[in-house]
Design a protein around this ligand. Structure first.
Ligand code: AHM
Ligand code: MG
Length: 338
């Protein structure tokens, strides 16, 4: 290997010693996800060149149109997790039901993967960053076939989580509960290389990310917080900057590096918010907490939310600690928890 470069594979093996009783299964699972990410990256990068864009014509369980790349990414991650043999159930945003992996190599597999294979995929036809988000749990049941109860675990039970951002460069960022590390794909050697060790989100940021077009539908606490961000105040460097890509991974990745808050609240049209607890909010919240930030529903820590169904949605306020605290303060005063 080139001197000074640490690949994702090398890093994962090195970090296995953080878990003295580890047998390498989680390491292999992370490696499988990394391989699928490279394949998906290749397709996302050439999306503008070939006729792969457009609606497949099917709709997912949320009633949303699927783009071809969503389907492709979904298939690639499921295939990698199936052949890797370390995962017994995959729950994906693109499928109505959980998928049992029944290959002979997966018989004793301990892990459950929840995945959003291509988040923000409506952005691919305009060349804006999209992402993959994943969350890993250990199965709770001891024997027999794992069930939906093994999937419906609280975010605090995650053993690892990560995202891949397919942007101006492609990065894989993940945590196993011991900090957050980021790897940039070097296309010349086809490897994710450690580029952002021990990522930390600033306690205070100056960027707020929210779809302000929905302002009239927001709860009063969110409206007040947005107004707070816009008021001039030298001491707190307000007004803050507004940045919203409409791609959760892109918006949160930027805020992780620069400091900021991302909000997708309840709206009068979506009383539970838009984003899914298992595929989007839990993994991003685990990462941001591990980087020193905070993630709540406006009233409650995301990782403490008890999941009751596979495609459950929750409102989310996530990012720099002091900004999330301020937004929560406004929610407590102006909005009743429902
Ligand atoms: P998706 O899972 O259907 O791609 O939707 C999730 C995306 C997030 O990436 C993004 O932050 C949000 O939806 C944008 O929603 P909106 O267009 O309502 O602002
Ligand atoms: Mg999504």
């Amino acid at each position: 290997m080139v001197c000074g470069v640490k690949t994702l594979g090398q890093f994962i093996i090195e970090k296995q010693s953080d878990f003295p009783y580890a047998k390498g299964e989680l390491s292999r699972l992370l490696r499988d996800i990394g391989i699928a990410a490279k394949i998906v990256n290749r397709e996302v990068n050439k999306a503008g060149l070939v006729d792969i864009l457009g609606d497949v014509g099917t709709t997912n369980i949320q009633g949303e149109e699927q783009k071809k790349l969503d389907v492709y990414a979904n298939e690639q991650f499921i295939a990698a997790l199936t052949s890797g043999g370390e995962c017994c159930i995959v729950a994906t945003e693109e499928e109505d039901e959980i998928i049992h992996i029944e290959s002979p190599v997966s018989q004793n597999a301990k892990y459950i993967v929840c995945i959003d294979p291509l988040d923000g995929s409506s952005n691919t036809d305009v060349n804006v960053a999209v992402g993959t988000i994943f969350s890993i749990f250990r199965r709770k049941s001891i024997d027999g076939r794992a069930t939906i109860d093994d999937v419906l675990q609280k975010g605090t039970e995650q053993v690892a989580a990560g995202y891949i951002i397919y942007g101006s460069s492609t990065m894989l960022v993940y945590t196993t509960g011991k900090g957050v590390n980021g790897f940039t794909l070097d296309p010349s050697i086809g490897e994710f290389c450690l580029s952002h060790p021990q990522m930390k989100i600033p306690d205070t940021g100056y960027i707020y990310s929210v779809n302000e077009g929905n302002y009239v539908h927001f709860p009063d606490g969110v409206k007040k917080y947005i107004k707070y961000c816009q008021v001039e105040d030298e001491a707190t460097k307000r007004p803050y900057t507004s940045r919203y890509i409409g791609s959760m991974v892109g918006d949160i990745h930027r805020n992780l590096i620069k400091g900021g808050i991302y909000i997708y609240p309840t709206t009068s049209r979506s009383p539970n918010g838009k984003l899914r607890l298992l595929y989007e909010c839990n993994p991003m919240s685990f990462i941001i907490e591990q980087a020193g930030g905070k993630a709540t529903t406006g009233f409650e820590r995301i990782l403490d939310v008890e999941p009751t169904e596979l495609h459950q949605r929750v409102p989310i306020f996530i990012g720099s600690k002091n900004m999330v605290n301020k937004a929560e303060e406004m929610m407590a005063i102006y909005t009743n928890p429902s």
